[in-house]
Design a protein around this ligand. Structure first.
Ligand SMILES: [Fe+2]
Ligand SMILES: [Fe+2]
Length: 279
């Protein structure tokens, strides 16, 4: 079951990365939908492990994605799926097992029919569409995308883990918003990376980051981090403003979204500190 979780985690990320590479709109859309379904499988398998009191973590293998043809990746996804199909036997919850098996059988059929295309997600062109950025702005953007795509993946995993281990409705509403919002940021940043020919899989996150023991200090640090992310967006918006109105307004938009994350985390912090003082 732990193996099934780990392999589902890898298949989810590999499918997501393939979606960023695909240029054909229909293939892209299909791959995004399938990666979402695999992420849901991941959360259900995780829930099953928790219910059974089994220890698990978010460790996974390195996921190689540097390909020149999309078919290399879709073939890789098919072999990942057939590995998963052998592992579903580990799943003791019969309903869940049937659901996963039937999803995977359909998903692999559709993935096998995705047309091949050339992949430009690794060509290091470092250009975003027809935007002409200065060398400094390009460097700032590149660095930002590498750091923040990892950060967003980390946040998805952390908030997902915390939510999986909590049955507090008030706090889980906030955690779910943070997961959803981080998904949007991850998708936006990775798509930009793909367009700029610098796509990369976020690195594995360490267990100490998500198995949070002290919620209050976690939230306090989180608020600080979100504030830093806001500042980075603002700086980036300034750096690209002279060259691209479109990019500048995009990073302002992300910056204002971070403000709401800070407000939510403050709300969560207040809830923790006040429920502690109630006791
Ligand atoms: Fe963010
Ligand atoms: Fe955020």
């Amino acid at each position: 079951m732990k193996k099934l979780l780990e392999k589902t985690h890898e298949a989810w990320l590999a499918t997501l990365m393939t979606a960023f590479m695909a240029k054909n709109a229909k293939s892209k859309q299909t791959l995004f939908e399938f990666s979402d379904i695999m992420f849901r499988h991941f959360t259900w398998i995780e829930h099953d492990l928790i219910v059974r009191g089994m220890d698990y973590d978010y460790d996974r293998d390195h996921i190689p994605i540097k390909v020149e043809r999309l078919k290399t990746m879709t073939d890789n996804l098919l072999s990942r799926i057939s590995d998963l199909e052998l592992l579903t036997i580990e799943c003791e919850d019969e309903n869940l097992r049937h659901r996963i098996e039937s999803d995977l059988s359909y998903i692999s059929k559709v993935i096998a029919s995705i047309p091949d295309e050339s992949v430009e997600a690794f060509d290091m062109n470092r250009k975003y569409g027809d935007v002409e950025l200065s060398r400094e702005a390009t460097d700032a953007l590149t660095l930002f995308l590498f750091e923040e795509s990892y950060k967003e993946y980390e946040l998805i995993m952390i908030y997902n883990y915390l939510k999986a281990h909590s049955d507090d409705e008030f706090i889980n509403r906030i955690f779910q918003i943070m997961v959803d919002e981080s998904f949007f940021h991850l998708r936006s940043f990775c798509q930009m990376m793909s367009d700029m020919g610098i796509l990369g899989v976020p690195r594995v996150i360490h267990r100490s980051l998500y198995s949070v023991e002290d919620m209050e200090s976690f939230l306090r640090d989180g608020i600080e981090e979100e504030t830093a992310a806001k500042e980075q967006c603002r700086e980036l918006s300034d750096a690209v403003a002279a060259d691209s109105e479109e990019l500048a307004s995009f990073f302002d938009f992300i910056n204002y979204q971070e403000s709401y994350h800070i407000d939510l985390m403050k709300e969560a912090l207040e809830y923790y500190t006040s429920s502690k003082s109630d006791k």
